[in-house]
Design a protein around this ligand. Structure first.
Ligand SMILES: [Zn+2]
Ligand SMILES: [Zn+2]
Length: 423
């Protein structure tokens, strides 16, 4: 059994409230106590040793849209960004709505051999909104949660039943909150900027009404809801109130929603077009406040690769979303830690044990005996984001050329060193 020693790093493990200088030993794919000798030693002086980062909101596109991303390229991008586990969304073609479909994803991920992939199953069969997917079969196949992300679950009755079923398996339903009747033909957030640009807007209430509905349904059913990509100040307030009442609701923030605003749309660059849309500075401030006070307990990317020719279409015709796996850590570190909004332990918590708890997966910790997924971070590395160097198949990022501080310099999955830029 070969042993790996991560020597003299700042070990931050929020699952144990741990933040101290020390060593971490890995052997046999597990975190272990001190050994007599190390087969390999990485000098982590000046570096942070963290549980492997988890991105619980990723679109891997396979099967069906391999021109945008595959399970192999997406997980390679994850490793490059310091992410050891991803949860992938079921809006593939066909969608992940059966045991066999979930098993396929896990099989492909194993074959690729980069990072862990936890499939999320569809709420409705074929995401067609007509009948519930085979939720029991999905759980058997390895699905860790349910969502129709990409689209909302339009029917409140369907959502209620999904929450009742998911509760039987102690699984969360992940909510893409959007009342479609209010968002027809939208290209950006509704507000002063959309009016000036003469573009059709999506009002924030389209998101907030559904969040209100789903928190109420979580209260009714005792089910667990997780609000994906929270983008508005009102949405943050609703989640804060729900949590104060003891309802099982959690919320996530994506980097673009706290680093960019609707003003960016003046460029008509399609890399600023996403769902939900970029909003105002007031919304950005509310999301940061929600991250600070714990209302938003998860950071995730909504990594949404689209081949260049698709993003190059007319603004109202091009698809929504941006890639995120390889900018996740540096953008969050630069825009949450440097300005003093969060400390490293607070931020790492939202990228490790908190998403692990939402999904109920055995990851996100450096406790002895647990699976050896580890990310080593250089908190002081200053570099410039260059999308040409990305491992993802797509290039739709608004962060090209951004100067950032903080970088994943080693990624260890199941005890295996998948990326290493140390020494
Ligand atoms: Zn979504
Ligand atoms: Zn998504």
């Amino acid at each position: 059994m070969s042993t790996l020693l991560l020597k003299n790093g700042r070990v931050i493990d929020p699952s144990q409230n741990l933040d101290r200088i020390g060593d971490v030993w890995l052997a046999g794919g597990k975190i272990v106590g001190p050994q007599s000798r190390a087969d390999r030693t990485l000098d982590c002086t000046g570096l942070i040793v963290s549980p492997g980062l988890i991105d619980m909101h990723v679109h891997l596109r396979e099967p069906g849209r391999e021109e945008d991303e595959t399970i192999a390229t997406g997980t390679q991008a994850a490793v490059n960004g310091g992410v050891t586990s991803v949860a992938c969304m079921p809006n593939t073609e066909p969608s992940i709505d059966s045991q066999a479909a979930a098993e396929f994803v896990i099989q492909q991920a194993k074959r690729a051999g980069h990072c862990n992939v936890f499939p999320v199953g569809a709420v409705t069969k074929g995401r067609n909104q007509l009948e519930l997917a085979e939720m029991g079969g999905l759980v058997k196949g390895g699905a860790v949660a349910f969502t129709d992300d990409g689209s909302p679950v339009e029917s409140a009755e369907m959502m209620r039943r999904a929450l009742e079923y998911a509760r039987m398996f102690d699984r969360a339903v992940l909510v893409h909150a959007e009342i479609s009747e209010l968002t027809k033909g939208w290209v950006m957030a509704e507000g002063a900027v959309s009016t000036r640009l003469g573009l059709r807007g999506m009002p924030a209430v389209a998101e907030e009404i559904m969040i209100y509905r789903d928190i109420a349904l979580a209260e009714l059913t005792g089910g667990k809801v997780h609000i994906l990509h929270v983008s508005s100040a009102g949405a943050v307030d609703l989640i804060r109130q729900g949590r104060a009442k003891g309802i099982r609701v959690s919320g996530e923030a994506c980097p673009h929603h706290f680093t960019l605003t609707d003003e960016c749309l003046r460029t008509f660059d399609s890399n600023y077009k996403m769902a939900p849309p970029l909003r105002t500075q007031r919304d950005v401030d509310a999301i940061i406040a929600g991250l600070k006070d714990g209302t938003l307990s998860v950071l995730a990317t909504d990594h949404a690769p689209h081949a260049p020719e698709k993003k190059a279409r007319e603004f109202d015709q091009c698809p929504n979303g941006i890639i995120g796996l390889e900018t996740f850590l540096p953008i969050c570190a630069t825009h949450l830690i440097r300005p003093g909004h969060l400390t490293w332990p607070e931020m790492i918590r939202k990228m490790t044990i908190n998403p692990a708890e939402v999904l109920g997966i055995d990851r996100g910790t450096l406790q002895l005996g647990r699976i050896a997924d580890v990310t080593v971070i250089d908190p002081d590395a200053e570099w410039t984001i260059d999308i040409a160097k990305f491992k993802t198949k797509s290039r739709n990022s608004p962060y090209h050329g951004w100067k950032v501080t903080g970088k994943a310099v080693a990624t260890i999955v199941d005890g295996e060193l998948k990326k290493c830029e140390i020494g």
